[in-house]
Design a protein around this ligand. Structure first.
Ligand code: NAD
Length: 352
């Protein structure tokens, strides 16, 4: 496995791997860019079919974190870790202790947090071996889990997209299809319902379907969510959901949701634009969690965090405006803004 041969390599600063028979840990840490600060990004656990698949995922996610933090105006770089394994059956204290040692060996270049497949208890095990862990403070609201604040940022982003595209100042009566009612999707449904929006939701996990229903969402089949006749499609499950097959099926004129890497390929941003769909770039709209992680990192007041998250709405509005005035996709506009902040010749202002 050679990371720099990968199509997703994109000038990563560092990629480290471990295969430790004693603990069963097989993992990769990818550090994309540290121009603005240490590379911060979650630790995902997933039963990847092979190392190549895990490498592609970690490289794409780590690059995404650089763009996300830069666009959110945070003095942090981008990185990510993946553990190859089934979170339902392959977790053990030994595995997470070894992961902690692995993170520690990078001397603070990479700082970890929770992600799909890992939880606060797992991070606590990691934290016995390294201090480069965020989201393990019991005093934190939600025990350090950033998902509720990720959902809050998406909610603010949906408000801004609805105002821009549909000329509505309120979400009352707006219809939103939420794909995936996990940690983020669930909180999003709650906020949308409180604001008077109608929610459709789906999930492959029956427990999460039941929870979405309790929150007042109307449940639809997993194969019907993309073509649902709604104003907003909010992907909150997996990546690459916007692709050659799904985009022509969309009836929504807004795509605004929390999943990372929603576009299967770069050209799908143009496909959405050609179809008249306003796309809120994922790494802009789902930055609430990393803003909260930064707050924990610097022990900042929650007020400051919330107002920064609310700023996601304004950032998106200016991206939408520039996309129309320059006839560019929203994804291209957002990437260019981020690159001006973290590329080698960028002027760094770390006063976040
Ligand atoms: P999660 O694992 O808690 O929830 C994902 C949900 O999607 C699960 O309930 C799962 O059953 C469901 N799902 C999976 N495949 C599905 C399918 N084909 N159709 C319908 N539902 C399906 O994860 P999460 O923390 O809620 O994150 C959701 C997405 O948001 C992920 O892409 C994640 O990378 C991204 N994200 C999360 C955060 C955060 O703070 N948790 C921050 C930024 C981005």
């Amino acid at each position: 496995m050679n990371a720099n041969q990968s199509p997703s390599f994109d000038n990563h600063e560092h990629v480290a791997t471990i295969d430790d028979a004693a603990s069963g840990l097989r993992a990769i840490i990818a550090v994309h860019n540290t121009k603005l600060g240490p590379a911060v990004g979650g630790c995902r656990m997933f039963p990847y079919a092979n190392e190549e698949q895990a490498l592609e995922d970690v490289l794409r996610l780590s690059r995404g974190m650089t763009y996300k933090s830069a666009l959110a105006g945070l003095p942090m770089g981008g990185g990510k870790a993946v553990i190859i394994g089934d979170p339902a059956t392959q977790k053990s204290p030994a595995l997470f202790h070894k992961m902690g040692e692995f993170i520690e060996s990078l001397n603070g270049m990479y700082v970890t947090a929770e992600d799909s497949g890992t939880c606060v208890d797992d991070l606590r095990q990691i934290a016995t071996e390294t201090k480069h862990v965020l989201g393990v403070n019991d005093a934190q609201e939600f025990g350090g889990d950033p998902s509720p604040l990720t959902a809050y940022g998406i909610f603010c982003g949906i408000q801004s997209a609805v105002r821009y595209q549909l000329k509505r100042d309120s979400l009352n009566g707006t219809t939103v299809a939420v794909q995936g009612a996990g940690s983020v999707g669930r909180y999003l449904i709650k906020l949308l319902r409180e604001a008077g929006a109608e929610c459709l939701a789906c999930d492959i996990n029956p427990q999460n379907v039941a929870r979405a229903e309790e929150l007042g969402a109307t449940i639809v089949g997993v194969n019907d969510i993309i073509s649902a006749d709604v104003d907003v499609f909010a992907p909150c499950a997996m990546g690459a959901i916007l692709n050659d097959d799904s985009i022509p099926q969309l009836k929504a004129t807004i795509v605004a949701g929390g999943a990372n890497n929603q576009l299967a390929k770069g050209y799908h941003a143009q496909m959405l634009r050609d179809q008249g769909v306003l796309y809120a770039p994922d790494f802009v709209i789902n930055a609430g969690g990393i803003i909260e992680i930064y707050r924990q990192y610097k022990d900042l007041p929650m007020e400051q965090c919330r107002s920064k998250i609310e700023g996601i709405g304004d950032t998106l509005t200016s991206i939408f405006e520039q996309s129309d005035s320059d006839n560019m996709t929203t994804a291209d506009v957002a990437e260019k803004i981020a690159e001006r902040r973290f590329k080698p010749n960028a002027k760094v202002n770390n006063a976040a």
